[in-house]
Structures are given as structure tokens and as C-alpha cells.
Write a protein that binds this ligand. Structure first.
Ligand code: P70
Length: 475
């Protein structure tokens, strides 16, 4: 499969610093083998996240200069509000500085201890923010999502039968709302179909439960609907998005993804009472409702980014670039989650490192090896991020999926960069037996992946066999 041609040209460039394998080995030791603690300028290709890492367009940068920095009633806010109302169709638009702030202001006002929030699959901060209120974050994605080999067009779908069972079991009064994460980040960036959203809505309607979207990657999800769902091939992605959001009562969005900005988020709601109480909390923790923790220029950039992300040339390139990386890896025998998702390729660490048990953090070990040998930074989505302990016995509970996510920032890396990433992983796979496990030496009580520290079970240090190759990471 070929990489698609980029529908833009490059006006500003940011030099990449080369590091040696010895330097990276030292940085890893200092970082406690946690890639969040490695300085970014010592990373050759940074695939840690697609969040807040997009390149803004000339129009967005021009918009930054037009940002109105008034405390109240900024014209940038009214522009942003009009764009969100137009695209999403919800009445009340509440800006926040990023996605988790939207989660926090909503959950702190609506979610109570003992409640349950069903979702196809919660991502890290969403789960933590639900649990922070003393509620249960319940993942109800279809079971195929847990099988990296199973190729379904909409592997992010909600298991509607289990949703209904859960409502019956928990009781609708203990379910403040249900969430649908589009696309599903935790299990491969997989989309949710319109038919599944409709079916979810129908079940929730029977019990009077509102439906909200975790909409970070809505444009990518809608592009997949257009590509894969019967009846949508000729529909503009913007219309598909309107239809999708019309099936819900509101959304939370980290605009750091499909908003194509470096910071920003929002809540959009139809319910006046919810909007009112959320706004009260917002003023306490984020700011006045016409800026919500952002500068006027950020609101302007977000308004423009939300329009740009629906450009179909852009989406074809975006989804095509990620897919082509997936295809190269697969051809090279690297085990990945199939089909390739929207914003990232996910490597199956259980298969890449079959000699390691999950207690040895195989996905983290693979991410560490990839950085040490090639200067490529990725993120673990496995035991470090989603492993838990049985509160009674303290026994570890392992997640089903043990993945390394190669998240692709939007409009940032060229196809040649990604070809290098594929080469590196394929090369590493030939030396997989030399990759040892890790021991966790520090963990925070929640969201431990951001601050955890590790040691190597068997220090390999600078004796790693790939030393020569990795000294010059960009070939
Ligand atoms: C990511 C980042 C953020 C996110 C999300 C969904 C579906 C809400 C949020 C919160 C987080 C991350 C993970 C690993 C490394 C770096 C960053 N996802 N819902 O990369 O949004 O970050 O703006 O508070 O994916 O997937 P925000």
C-alpha cells in the first residue's frame, strides 16, 4: 500500500536533534524507563500522542493574531460557539482548557458515588475522572475489540445487549448518562458505526438515559462511516457528523485531537439545567464561560481547526497515512491490531514479545527498546496504563490488551518519517529475544502511567546489539 500524497506544503520546519544510543540509554535510566520523563528534544520521532501535537495551518496561525483577549464576551468565543453549534448542533457551548477539564466539570456536577457510567471503552483520564467521583466506569465494547486479529469494520461498537443488561442490573436511576467514545482509543482507534449509535440511543431512550459523545476523534470516525457503512459513501463527512451528533444529547471534546489545536476542549450540551450547573463549576475551576481556561486566540484557532478537520482531502490523507504505516508493519511481520485505526497503529506486545509475561510489562519494555535503539517515542497501552489490583488480595489484574501505540500527530511527520518507523520496528522484531522485562518501582494511586518508574530485570545497558544502527536514527 502506498502512502498518500500530503494535501499541503510545508512552510515552517522544526529541526530534529540527533542523539546517540548511549545518550538515550542514560536518559532512560534517569527517566525511570518512563518515556513521559524523557525530554522531547531527545526524541527523533515522537509518537507518544496525537494530542496537542498537530501542526496548525496558516489560517489557524492567522486566526491567532485576530484572537480577542477580552475577559468577557470575546468575539473569538462567539465565532467558536457558532462553529460548534453549526457542526455539532448542541445549544450550550462551554469551553475548557482540554478534554479532562470538560470531563471534570461535567462529572463533578452530575456523577455521584455509587453511580455507573457505561461507555464503549473509557480512555485513561475519562475512567479516572468517573472513578474520582466514586462511580464505576463500565466498558461495554463488543467482545471482538479484545481480539487484535479480528477484522471488523466497526470494532469500536457498543455491545448493545450488554448495555441493556447493565442498565437492568444497575437500575437506570444510577446511570446519569452513557458515553460513546468515537473513535475508541483504548482498543485500536476503531470507529463506531451510525447503526450502532442509533441502536445504543434506542436502548437508552427506553430508560430515559442521556447519551453523550467523547468526541475527540469524531472526524476520523465519520470518515470511516463514509468509507465503510452502507448508504454513506456519497455523503459529505460534515453531514455524517451532524447526523451522528443528532443522536446524542451532548458531547465532551478534547480539541487537541480533531480540533487540530495544541490546547483546547469543550462541552456542548442541550440540557439547560446541566449547562447551568456545569457553568457554575466551570467558573470555579476553569474561568468565565466565554473563555473557559483558554486565551481568545486559542478559541479562534479551535474554531478554524474544527472546520478544517472535515476537509475530505485532509481526512483521506490522514487515514491513508496511518493505514499505510500499518500495512508496512504487517508486511514486515510486526503483529498489529487489525484493522488499522484512525489516529494510530497499535502493536500487539504479547505477540511481539511472547517470552515476557504481563507482569514484566512487555508493552512498556517494547516502547523502551524502540526509544533506546531508534529514538522513537511511543506509549504503552497495557498493564501500566490499565492494570489494576484486587483491593481485597492486592493481586494484580491484567488487561486483555497489551499494546504499544504509535500515535501519529496530524500534519507533522512526512511519509518518509513513517517509513523509517516501520523499518525500525521490523528491525527490532528480529532482535526481540534480547528484550527483557521491567519491574515497577514506583506507582501513583491513579493514572500511574504518567509518573511510574521502572528498573530493568536484566540491565542491558550499552551492550545492546543494535548500538551501531541506532547511532544515526534517521536514514
Ligand atoms: C491520548 C490522550 C486524551 C483523551 C482521549 C479520549 C478518548 C479524553 C481524553 C482527554 C492522552 C494521552 C495518553 C497517552 C500519552 C499522552 C496523552 N487522550 N478522551 O493520547 O483529553 O488530554 O485533552 O485532557 O483520548 O490519547 P485531554
Amino acid at each position: 500500500m502506498n502512502f498518500p500524497s500530503e494535501p499541503f506544503r510545508i512552510k515552517v520546519v522544526e529541526p530534529l536533534k540527533r542523539t546517540t544510543r548511549e545518550e538515550r540509554d542514560r536518559l532512560l535510566r534517569e527517566a525511570g524507563y518512563n518515556l513521559f520523563h524523557v525530554p522531547a528534544d531527545s526524541v527523533a520521532i515522537d509518537l507518544l500522542t496525537d494530542s496537542g501535537t498537530s501542526a496548525m495551518s496558516d489560517s489557524q496561525w492567522a486566526g491567532m493574531m485576530l484572537g480577542d483577549e477580552s475577559y468577557a464576551g470575546s468575539k473569538s468565543f462567539y465565532h467558536f460557539e457558532a462553529v460548534v453549534r453549526g457542526l455539532f448542533g448542541y445549544r450550550y457551548v462551554i469551553p475548557t482548557h482540554q478534554g479532562r477539564a470538560a470531563e471534570h466539570v461535567l462529572f463533578a456536577t452530575i456523577v455521584r458515588p455509587g453511580m455507573c457510567v457505561p461507555n464503549n471503552m473509557h480512555f485513561d483520564t475519562t475512567r479516572a475522572n468517573v472513578e474520582h467521583q466514586g462511580a464505576e466506569a463500565k466498558d461495554l465494547v463488543i467482545k471482538e475489540a479484545y481480539d487484535p486479529h479480528c477484522e471488523l469494520p466497526f470494532k469500536g461498537n457498543m455491545d448493545v445487549a450488554r448495555l441493556e443488561e447493565t442498565i437492568e442490573l444497575v437500575g437506570p436511576s444510577r446511570i446519569p448518562f452513557a458515553l460513546l467514545t468515537v473513535t475508541n482509543n483504548s482498543a485500536g482507534g476503531q470507529p463506531v458505526s451510525m447503526a450502532n449509535i442509533r441502536a445504543t440511543r434506542q436502548v437508552l431512550n427506553r430508560y430515559g438515559i442521556p447519551l453523550l459523545f467523547d468526541a475527540c476523534r469524531f472526524a476520523e470516525n465519520c470518515f470511516f462511516i463514509r468509507e465503510r457503512e452502507p448508504g454513506y459513501a456519497d455523503r459529505p463527512v460534515r453531514d455524517i457528523a451532524r447526523e451522528l451528533f443528532s443522536l446524542g444529547d451532548g458531547c465532551l471534546m478534547s480539541a487537541k485531537k480533531d480540533g487540530l489545536v495544541n490546547i483546547g476542549g469543550f462541552l456542548a450540551l442541550n440540557d439547560e439545567r446541566w449547562a447551568q450547573v456545569v457553568t457554575d463549576t466551570l467558573i470555579l475551576v476553569e474561568g468565565f464561560p466565554t473563555y473557559g481556561g483558554l486565551a481568545g486566540r486559542d478559541l479562534e484557532a479551535m474554531a478554524r481547526g474544527l472546520e478544517e478537520v472535515l476537509d475530505e482531502e485532509y481526512l483521506r490523507y490522514r487515514i491513508g497515512q496511518v493505514r499505510a504505516l500499518g500495512a508496512l508493519l504487517e508486511e514486515g511481520g510486526v503483529p498489529i491490531v487489525k484493522p488499522t485505526g484512525g489516529h494510530a497503529v497499535y502493536v500487539n506486545a504479547k505477540e511481539f514479545l511472547p517470552h515476557l509475561h504481563q507482569s514484566q510489562f512487555p508493552a512498556q519494555a517494547l516502547a523502551v527498546a524502540l526509544y533506546r535503539d531508534y529514538g522513537i517515542r511511543t506509549v504503552e497501552i497495557g498493564t501500566v496504563m490499565f492494570g489494576t489490583r484486587n483491593p481485597a488480595t492486592d493481586e494484580r489484574i491484567y488487561p486483555e490488551l497489551e499494546l504499544v501505540r504509535l500515535a501519529i500527530p496530524r500534519r507533522v511527520y512526512t511519509n518518509q518519517h513513517l517509513a523509517f518507523v516501520a523499518e525500525a520496528l521490523i528491525d527490532l522484531s528480529h532482535r526481540r529475544d534480547a528484550i527483557g522485562g521491567l519491574v515497577m518501582t514506583y506507582e501513583a494511586p491513579r493514572l500511574r502511567h504518567f509518573t511510574a518508574r521502572f528498573e530493568e530485570e536484566t540491565p542491558v545497558g550499552i551492550l545492546w546489539p543494535g548500538a551501531g544502527f541506532a547511532a544515526a536514527p534517521l536514514s
